[in-house]
Design a binder for this molecule. Structure first.
Ligand code: NAD
Length: 448
């Protein structure tokens, strides 16, 4: 491991990753790698998560290809000189900024979108001209092994390393010197990563989880809201960081909304989702047991609630008899369970949300301009979506990241390019005339 990381530093120091042509070439190779191995990727992700191939195609493969397509033609512009004017007092002088790659980046990724969450940060890091050490998740071993093989085969082997392993290996990796650590996963490990990084003053990006709330009011188109909430919640069997975690709505809407969302789950996955080719599975028994423990002990779900431990199956489940102090409201659910809670109005929803850690995403279904403004101005979250769960994740033009407990820093597109770059200020002043002399002592109080 030491040799691996030291090797990456040596390669970076040679300047091999600086030329824009090298960066473009790596991105093209990554595109070729994904395109040639679509089926292998879909199969590996299916083995790891039981994820339907269509979901892998849209939410993993397409997202990485879109990111490459967006970043590649723009990286020359982003990394070029940006001239700015110097203050009058400094004239004559010129100044500009350039971006330089940070160096060797450690990307630690989780299991829930094992391809996308490994390669999308890599795309941005490559665009910025860095070497990358990737540590994919041990909980998605098929995808991790495939990534290791393909990255070794397709990308410049001098500049990229894939280290597989679990806690001991990652702990050891975190002792190595890196120029930036990009971590995606849960907040508990996020603080372990940040503590390790602090020892070496290494900057970090933390892409963490949260309970992402949804608010629905009576002015909303309930049918559309129900469909979009069901899609956002039950894609990947609920194991999506920006999935709607719980719904807040006014008391009279709890029942009709629950009914409509439930109707959508039937449309999506049929009467027995366990047999549906469009419905995923829980990643492992540990997660299964945790989620099963969040189901009501009396078995009374509004709909769903069926489980099969052997098949790691939990039906799309909607809960309506939920109190804010129930276990299901204490932690990120990260599974196919959706509690719906009553609040008096939008103001109470805002208070409810603001009393809790800042979420990665917040979704509002309302036609009221005042309500939208209320959420825009008086809540804080990584992203805010009006009538649109998950949508912001799909655009390379939008920064993606959390705030507070849901993370720090952001990536995708230009935000990612900048996250992995240092923006360096350059100034230049002619030696003649030597106007700086007016600032030299003895002082004459020229500004008074
Ligand atoms: P995970 O268990 O795969 O862990 C993530 C990574 O951390 C893995 O590579 C793992 O090896 C490493 N790791 C685990 N324990 C460690 C330790 N003690 N020290 C050092 N490294 C360690 O994934 P997870 O954390 O279960 O992922 C799910 C969480 O991630 C959820 O909270 C989810 O919301 C969040 N998430 C966030 C985003 C985002 O973009 N913000 C995306 C996906 C998932």
């Amino acid at each position: 491991m030491n040799d691996n990381v030291a090797g990456l530093h040596r390669v970076f120091d040679t300047g091999a990753t600086l030329p824009l042509d090298w960066r473009r070439e790596q991105l093209r190779r990554m595109k070729g790698m994904i395109t040639a191995h679509r089926k292998d990727i879909e199969h590996a992700v299916y083995l790891d998560l039981g994820k339907p191939a269509a979901e892998t195609a849209l939410m993993e493969i397409k997202l990485v290809l879109d990111e490459i397509k967006f970043v590649e033609p723009r990286l020359a512009r982003w990394s070029g000189r940006h001239h700015v004017t110097m203050p009058l007092l400094m004239q004559p002088a010129r100044s500009w900024t350039i971006t330089e790659p940070k160096g060797v980046i450690l990307v630690i990724s989780p299991w829930n979108y094992p391809l996308m969450l490994s390669l999308e940060p890599m795309v941005d890091a490559i665009a910025a001209g860095n070497c990358v050490c990737l540590k994919p998740s041990e909980l998605s071993p098929n995808t991790s092994a495939l990534l290791q093989r393909l990255i070794g085969e397709y990308l410049d082997p001098r500049a990229f390393a894939v280290v597989q392993g679990a806690v001991p290996e990652t702990t050891e990796l975190l002792r190595q010197p890196f120029d930036h650590i990009f971590y995606t996963g849960n907040g508990r490990v996020g603080s372990i990563v940040m503590e390790a990084a602090a020892k070496q003053l290494t900057p970090v990006t933390l892409e963490l989880g949260s309970k992402s709330p949804v608010f629905v009011d009576a002015s909303a188109n309930l049918d559309v809201a129900a469909g979009r909430i069901a899609w956002g919640r039950f894609t990947n069997a609920g194991q999506t960081c920006v999935a709607p975690d719980y719904v807040l709505t006014t008391p009279e809407l709890v029942e009709p909304l629950a009914q409509k969302i439930s109707a959508f789950t039937h449309k999506f996955f049929g009467d027995n989702p366990a047999e549906s080719a469009s419905y995923g599975r829980i990643v492992n028994t540990r997660q299964f047991d945790r989620l099963a423990g969040l189901l009501p002990t009396d078995g009374k779900a509004f709909s769903g609630g069926e489980t099969n431990r052997e098949r790691l199956y939990i039906a799309p489940t909607i809960l309506t008899n939920v109190r804010p102090d129930d276990p299901v409201m204490q932690e990120e659910i990260f599974g196919p369970i959706l509690p719906i809670l009553a609040v008096r109005d939008a103001r109470e929803a805002v208070k409810f949300i603001n009393r809790r850690p800042k979420p990665l995403a917040l979704y509002v279904f309302s036609r009221s301009k005042a309500t939208r403004l209320l959420f825009e101005r008086h809540t804080s979250s990584g992203a805010l979506g009006f009538n649109l769960p998950l949508g912001h994740l799909l655009s390379s033009r939008l920064p993606f990241g959390g705030i507070g407990a849901s993370g720090m820093g952001s990536y995708h597109g230009k935000a990612g390019f900048l996250e992995f770059s240092h923006v360096k200020t350059v100034t230049s002043k002619p030696t003649f005339p030597d106007t700086l002399r007016i600032a030299y002592p003895p002082y004459r109080n020229i500004l008074r």
